[in-house]
Design a protein. Sequence first.
Length: 397
Amino acid sequence: MFLKLALHSLLHRRLAAMLTVASIMISTFVVLGVEHIRQETRNSFSKTVSGTDLIVGARTSQVNLLLYSIFRIGNASANISWNSYQEIAAIPGIAWSIPLSLGDSHRGFRVMGTTADYFVHFRYGNNQSLALQEGRLFSENPDEYLAILGADAAERLGYSTDHTFTLSHGLGDVSFTQHHDHPFTVAGILSPTGTPVDQTIHVSLASLEAVHHGGPTPESITALLIGLESRPDAFALQREINNYRPEALLAIMPGVALMELWQMLSIVEQVLAFIAALVLLAALLGMTTMLLSTLQQRGREIAVLRTLGASPLFLFALIQTEALLMTLAGMALGIATLTAAIIIGNDWISSEYGLFVTAHVVNGHTLPYLISAVLLTLILACIPATLTYRSSIVLRL
């Protein structure tokens, strides 16, 4: 009876109630969207590389080297000569090294030249190794133009094993330099990883060099990943590489570089969270204003309810319930809209930024915002509810 009365009261003022619910829906969308994407971005970045002790590239910033070598975001300022790579790979204490060569693409997907060691030593998530969903790996034969597609690249391109395609020079969706003389054949497709590996086309370093310069030995590479026999040696090796005399190189630890990235973004995250909170507060204040503006119009309704025996406390609770219903309806619509937007836009987000955002927007990170919105609703609704309570006492007298 009580809930039914509150619903009928809101339906009687449906236009104002609908606009209030819409404003709460938009604010919920913004607040949860900012927080959810922030957390998903952190999770996506943190699980992209695991087990790699050092990343080496041409001298630049730590963050830039991390972004282009692991997350395929941005470009390298310079390359590493092949001679330098061989000297570094031969340093005692290095268990394995993986050369990476970036710069080509195919229909917007980045092509990475590497060796078979990449599929043996590269780890992601909780030290998980790459696995084939179908097909086989490529060999080091420079005359064998084979490619291993990431799961998302294969799905979006519609390619399966034995499909042939050509590489494009550069990283744009459209390129005027095509390597038509050396078509590649899809040899295998990797299982999904939830990392930028899924958007990458992997080819052998030897075949990639044969496409560009006609020989199996590359002149240079973009970066290299290093795994050590003893992790405590990472600091000494990092210092040795950073002081490498033949050319200016930079060795970084992925975890340290990632922390630097989060520190750079922390101010932006705080500002976005503050703005989102203000948007939600503005919506709830608008709801309070709507309830206050309709109190004079509800004088007859309150009088009838008092005549029927409704107590002042009943009317106080009625206003609180109306406010709570509008907030809950707005939050439910906001959650549904955000979930639908993520599902629809997930492919675009993953292809453009290499990020994987789940559609589970209600979680341990966003739930405090929802609870705070409900509590704030009850607090702000006390203003019109108290005025209704007092007016009902006056009517009784």
